[in-house]
Design a protein around this ligand. Sequence first.
Ligand code: FAD
Length: 409
Amino acid sequence: MIGAGHAGLAVSRVLTERSIDHLVIERGEVANSWRRERWDSLRLLTPNWASRLPGYPYTGADPDGFMSMPEVIGHIASFAAAASAPVRTHTNVTSVRRVDHGYQVGTERGEIRCRCVVLASGAANIARVPQLRRAVPEQIDCLTAFDYHNPARLPPGGVLIVGASATGVQLADEIQRSGRRVTLAVGEHVRLPRSYRGRDVLWWMEHSGVWGQRYDEIDDLERARRLPSPQLVGTPEHSTLDLNVLQAAGVEIVGRLAAIRDGRALFSGGLRNQFALADLKMHRLLETFDGWARQRALDVDVAAPERFEPTRAPAAARLSLDLRSGEIRSIVWATGFHPDYRWLEVPVLDRKGELRHDGGVVVDSPGMYVIGLPVLRRRKSTFILGAEDDARDLVGHLAGYLARGEPSA
Ligand SMILES: Cc1cc2nc3c(=O)[nH]c(=O)nc-3n(C[C@H](O)[C@H](O)[C@H](O)COP(=O)(O)OP(=O)(O)OC[C@H]3O[C@@H](n4cnc5c(N)ncnc54)[C@H](O)[C@@H]3O)c2cc1C
C-alpha cells in the first residue's frame, strides 16, 4: 500500500480483517496531506458523522460539527492506531515496476517485493494551474492552495482568486474578511446550500442514495469524475457560502479567466449562463431529494421544500483587469488538483497522464489497485465517508486475485 491517508488506512484495516499480510508505506507521517498541505483555518466541509472509517465511527459529542485540521489529523491517527495499521513512515516511494509474480517497489530506504500494490497516494498531490500562468506579470505573486496559509502571509494589496469551487470560495471569503479587495474569477461551479429542509445537504446526499450511486450506473462517468468540488464550507454557524453571499460581503465576481495578454487579464462574458446552469443543477438535485423524501413518507420529519434565489449577476462584470496597475498584488490559483504518478514505471497512464482503471482495478496491470480518486466506485469515493465501501470492494477483488494465484503479467 502506498500512502497512509484515510483511504490507504481504510484498505489496511480491511486487509487486516481478512488476515492479508501487508505494509503501508508513507513518505511523511500518517495523514500527511492534512498535516502539510492545507491552509491554517481549513475545516472539513463534511460533517463529523461523515468522517466514519471502517470499524471506526465518529463517536464525539458533535456529529453535525466540522473538524479543524488538528482534529482531522487526530481522527485519522487514532484510526491508524486502533486498526494497528502496519505503517512504515518517512519512506518515500520512488518507483514501482512490474516483475515476475508481482511488483518491485523502490523506496529511499530499500526495495520491497509484493504480489499486489494499492495506490493510495492521493488525488490532490499537485495543484492544477493553467498554462496562462506564464503570462502573469512578474510583480504579481502567484500561489496555489498548497502555498496559501492565511491572509497575513499574502503581500499587501488586492487578490485575484481564479476558480470558485470549494477552495476558491473559502479563500475568497477569508481573504475578503481580512480587509483586502478580492476579485473572484468564476467558471463552471457546483452550487449547494449548506442546509436543506432543516438538514445538512450532505445528510440528503447520503440518505437519498445520491452519494452511493455506483460508477457503472453513471451516464457520463468521465464528466462526473471531472466535476468541480461543491461550493461548501464547514463553519460552526453551518452557513451557506455561495456567490450571493460572497457578493454581499464585497467580493467582486468576474467571468472565467480566459487569457492574459500584454499584462491584462481577460475574463469570459458568460457569467449569466454559468450562474443559470449552476442554479438549475442545484434545484434538480433538490428535486431528487424531495422525490426521495416523498417516497419514504419522510415529509413529516423534515421541513417543507425550499427553493433558493437565483445567483445574482453583477450589473456590469469587468471583462478585463490590468495586472500591471497595482490593483492586484497576488493571484491564488484555486483551479483544482491532480495526482502525482511520476514514480510509477508501469504503463498504466493514458495520454492525459490519467490512470486507466475500472472502479479502482488498474487496467492491464493485474494485482494493481487504486483508491481515493473522484467517483472511483461511487459518487462519494473521494470523501472520507466513501473509503469504506470502496476499500471492501477492492480488497474483495484483491483477495480473489491472490487466491487464484495468477501470475501478475
Ligand atoms: C483542500 C481539500 C479539502 C478537502 N476537504 C474534504 C472534506 O471536507 N471532507 C472529505 O471527506 N474530504 C475532503 N477532501 C478530499 C479527500 O478527503 C482528500 O483528498 C483526502 O486527502 C484523500 O485521501 P487519500 O487517503 O486518498 O489521500 P491523502 O490524504 O492525500 O493521502 C495520500 C498519502 O500518500 C502519501 N504519498 C503520496 N505519494 C507518496 C509516495 N510517493 N511515497 C509514499 N507516500 C506517498 C502522502 O504523503 C499522503 O499521506 C479534501 C481535499 C482537499 C485537497
